[in-house]
Ligand binder design. Structure first.
Ligand code: ATP
Length: 868
């Protein structure tokens, strides 16, 4: 049997049992049962079991296991059991967190599953690409990722990048003609398309011949590489910090251990000191808490229409100082409606076109023929600019699909935002008529005739001036203008962009795309937050200026330039100018990348929006590439780090404010954890230096670090938005989290906790019972850290931000206190944790001492920290 590429498209349709109406529901169901879902099998993930055992590789856990073993040798079986229970609990917790984080990333991914446009039951529908079956007729447009292998039925200037399969980075042109040879390599199968490649230009329809693992890529790759989520810079620096800390602590521990031995301390005691210090210092929960808070944060953002694709984006969001945004659809509604037309030298309102007048009617007919949009069952499919044309036709009972059926299209050069033109060739009254529509500034120079009611005449300078004047007036009112032109061409001739010349001017169609209601407030909020909003559009400069003025992006027209002016500037000159420009009009995607780079060179963190296939490089270059969820191509989404499900500019601003809050919250949670650890370290060091007994047992510190400290840390991570967060300037991305100021704060807050604990410890020692002393030290340390959770909520006093405004901190505090009291007062637990029974007076002292760091901290913040 010959292969699909050797058969004509009609034969392939026949073999696969498909009609020109596409598959029906019954076919789809039976094929899905036969072939399964269109999915590549994922690579194996680390099993939960392996993740669990992975937890035991941690340096701290190893130290603890040695401690447990030594305790066992010394006959302290209880200690061994407790340490082992804690280690196991920790491993379970770590595993659950790992699995949860993976799940939440999967959920985020599921929100961005690719879709495919297919013909089913004679209607074009959009379905998840997973549901595509063999025999489906698939529609491909520029920017689409191809998710199945197929044989081309039709192609219009279709260019496909197959680098993932062939390694060839240049796109190849495809067509539907049959290939004679049987054995041709993939790169030469010009009439087939393959999973994993994407459309760079043009349009096409294909019939699906293979899905899932049966596709060429499925056969080679066998397993889809489930690229692991990279750690964020913050996570990496915390990991490094943790590593360095562990190393430093090990050295200090060894030193103390040796000194103690020389001093004649018992070997076991010295060892327990060293272990206590190690446990006190290593912030076990840090990394997982950051992951949990990031996961919560991205979940919240997704609910607010911003899907984070790359976790590192969350951190950079808070530092964004420039947002370069598309106009159409992002700042405006992308709901175009035709307002006026210019035809036969008259400006006519959209509802007063005379279809009896052939010149006027022809303008409408040509606008419908040179468009791909359609209105079916009240559903609008296609580009909003073209939908506006179809709606205009409908106003006059001109049905686009019907008209296209009667004047068949024989060729097309699809629209692309570089050319800003689109052309079709239709059979009209037995003639081949090429219709070209697009931006007037591009088209006018390509016209040499004009249609009037007196017939077609040579275009004069006066005509040109008049057309330009009308275009200017339309644009001044913020209208987008399309020029419609045409010419007759010889039959049976293919067309290329070089044919878009010597055209006859038919008229102008001006449409309104109003700014989104939210845009103005969002722009204002950006400006207050020290973020520069910049509009980048393919539209006309005057239209862009008009819209930019309405939403407050631009004050003076001198802040706007056009793409061709950028070309005159060197990179250096553009850098110098970039701060003064708010609107870039008539730009191509290549200009976008230069604009991003110019801002970045000036030390800015840039968010850039994009939707087209050519936007990929600029989206990747930007610090935050933002793709449009509704109108964006799959290629743009793939290159982005964030996707807007509502395509709305104000969602970017909301995401930035979420990013800022999240970063502050994470920083506060880290401050909380590290200052608590510092407190414990100071107490242990103090006891070592003064030759006092060990103030805490390793299990005490483990209890605090893993349990009672984790909950407040997460609660701090969930601190609600500070209203004033968008009044600050963007955070300088170069300032490290663990800055000098931050470290000083860790040390000072740690000292306060240490002082309270040391006082309690000394009081305990005065009773002459070491067990009472360690119990008092442990209880004070645990309680003061729990209360300290309230301090770490904000750099302002909690009496200013609202004592009860974060209910999670209260919940965490109460659970923590409950756990502590269980350990103190339930005899079995008290035995396991080696704690003495405290009397009422001791407890009152402990509560008073544990509150002291809180009082000092709040007193300082009330007096010295000014709120905004
Ligand atoms: P942005 O989304 O970046 O703000 P845009 O969507 O306004 O830009 P393009 O879609 O690239 O920019 O359109 C640029 C110009 O191309 C428009 O001003 C219009 O004149 C012309 N144009 C837009 N859509 C079409 C189309 N479907 N057919 C022909 N010409 C078009």
């Amino acid at each position: 049997m010959s292969k699909y590429h050797q058969q004509s498209s009609q034969e392939v349709m026949k073999i696969l049992g498909v009609t020109s109406q596409g598959l029906n529901d019954y076919d789809v169901q039976s094929r899905q049962e036969e072939y399964g879902l269109n999915k590549l099998v994922e690579g194996k993930r680390t099993s939960t079991f392996a993740v669990f055992f992975g937890q035991f590789k941690d340096l701290l856990v190893i130290i603890l296991m040695i401690a447990a073993f030594i305790s066992f040798l010394l006959g302290e079986v209880e200690s061994t059991v407790v340490i082992m229970i804690v280690i196991t609990l920790n491993a379970i917790l770590g595993t659950v967190q790992h699995v949860k984080a993976e799940q939440s990333l999967d959920n985020l991914k599921a929100l961005t599953t690719p879709i495919a446009k297919v013909l089913r039951n004679n209607q074009i529908v959009e379905i998840p690409s997973e549901d595509v079956v063999v025999g489906d007729i698939l529609y491909l447009d520029a920017g689409d990722y191809i998710n199945a292998d197929g044989r081309l039925l039709e192609s219009y200037n279709l260019h496909i990048n197959e680098s993932s399969l062939t390694g060839e980075s240049l796109s190849v042109e495809k067509n539907s003609s049959t290939i004679k040879e049987e054995n041709v390599i993939i790169g030469d199968k010009k009439n087939m398309v393959f999973t994993g490649s994407f459309v760079t230009n043009g349009r096409g329809t294909v019939i699906v011949t293979a899905i899932g693992m049966e596709t060429e890529i499925g056969k080679i790759a066998n397993l889809l590489d489930t690229a692991k989520e990279k750690k964020t810079p913050l996570q990496v620096s915390l990991d490094n910090f943790g590593g360095n800390l562990a190393l430093g602590i090990t050295i200090i521990c060894l030193a103390i251990f040796t000194i103690d031995l020389f001093r004649g301390r018992e070997l076991v005691d010295s060892f327990m000191f060293a272990v206590a210090l190690a446990v006190a210092a290593i912030p076990e929960a840090l990394s997982s808490i950051v992951t949990i808070v990031l996961a919560f944060g991205t979940h919240k953002m997704a609910k607010e229409n911003a899907i984070i694709r790359k976790l590192y984006a969350v951190e950079s969001l808070g530092s964004v100082s420039v947002i370069c945004s598309d106009k159409t659809g992002t700042l405006t509604e992308n709901k175009m409606t035709v307002q006026q037309v210019y035809v036969d030298q008259k400006v006519i309102p959209h509802d007063q076109i005379q279809t009896k007048n052939t010149v006027e009617k022809n303008l409408l007919l040509m606008s419908l023929l040179c468009s791909n949009a359609s209105l079916t069952d009240q559903k609008e499919i296609g580009d909003p600019t073209e939908i506006a044309l179809v709606k205009l036709g409908k106003q006059y009972n001109l049905d686009a699909l019907n008209i296209r059926d009667h004047n068949l299209r024989v060729a097309e050069i699809p629209f692309d935002s570089d050319r800003k033109l689109m052309s079709t060739v239709n059979r009209i009254n037995n003639k081949n008529i090429m219709i070209t529509k697009g931006a007037l500034d591009v088209l006018l120079s390509k016209t040499n005739k004009i249609v009037t009611s007196e017939g077609i005449i040579d275009i004069t300078e006066v005509n040109r001036k008049k057309i330009e004047e009308v275009n200017h007036n339309f644009s001044m009112n913020g209208l987008r203008v399309l020029a419609i032109t045409y010419k007759e061409i010889k039959p049976n001739r293919s067309i290329g962009v070089e044919d878009e010349k010597d055209l006859i001017f038919a008229g102008l169609i001006a449409m309104m795309d109003p700014p989104r209601k939210e845009s103005k407030a969002a722009v204002e909020s950006c400006i207050n937050a020290g973020i520069k909003p910049v509009m980048i559009t393919g539209d006309h400069k005057i239209t862009a200026i008009s819209i930019a003025k309405q939403i407050g992006i631009l004050k003076d027209p001198s802040e706007a330039i056009e793409g061709h002016e950028i070309e005159q500037l060197t990179d250096k000159q553009l850098q110098e100018k970039v701060q003064d420009i708010s609107v870039y009009a008539r730009v191509t995607p290549e200009h976008k990348i230069r604009i991003v780079k110019a801002w970045q060179e000036k030390g800015n963190v840039v968010a850039m929006t994009g939707d087209g296939v050519n936007d990929g490089p600029a989206l990747k270059q930007a610090d935050i590439g933002v793709a449009m969820g509704i109108t964006g191509t799959e290629v743009a989404k793939d290159a982005s780090s964030m996707i807007l499900t509502d395509d709305n500019f104000s969602t970017i601003v909301k995401a930035i404010s979420n990013g800022r809050s999240l970063y502050t919250n994470i920083k506060n949670a880290i401050l909380f954890l590290l200052s608590g650890n510092a407190g414990a370290i100071f107490v242990v060091l103090y006891a070592t230096v003064l030759g006092l007994p060990v103030p805490f047992l390793p299990v005490h510190l483990l209890f605090i670090n893993l349990l009672t400290d984790s909950l407040p840390a997460i609660a701090i991570g969930l601190e609600p938005h500070n209203k004033n967060i968008m009044k600050d300037k963007p955070r300088d991305i170069r300032t490290p989290l663990l800055s000098k100021k931050f470290t000083t704060q860790v040390v000072l807050e740690g000292l306060l906790i240490a002082i309270a604990t040391i006082i309690a410890f000394r009081m305990g020692l005065q009773t002459g019972d070491t067990l009472t002393a360690t119990t008092m030290a442990f209880t004070t340390l645990c309680l003061s850290r729990l209360i300290h959770g309230f301090n770490s909520r904000s750099k302002e006093s909690i009496f200013k931000i609202g004592v009860f405004s974060n209910k999670y901190t209260w919940l965490a505090f109460l659970i923590g206190v409950l756990c502590l009291h269980c350990v103190l007062f339930i005899p079995t637990l008290a035995d396991m944790f080696d704690v003495a029974t405290l009397n009422g007076v001791q407890l009152v002292f402990i509560y008073a001492l544990a509150t002291m760091p809180f009082i000092v901290n709040q007193w300082y913040k009330l007096l010295f920290v000014r709120s905004k």
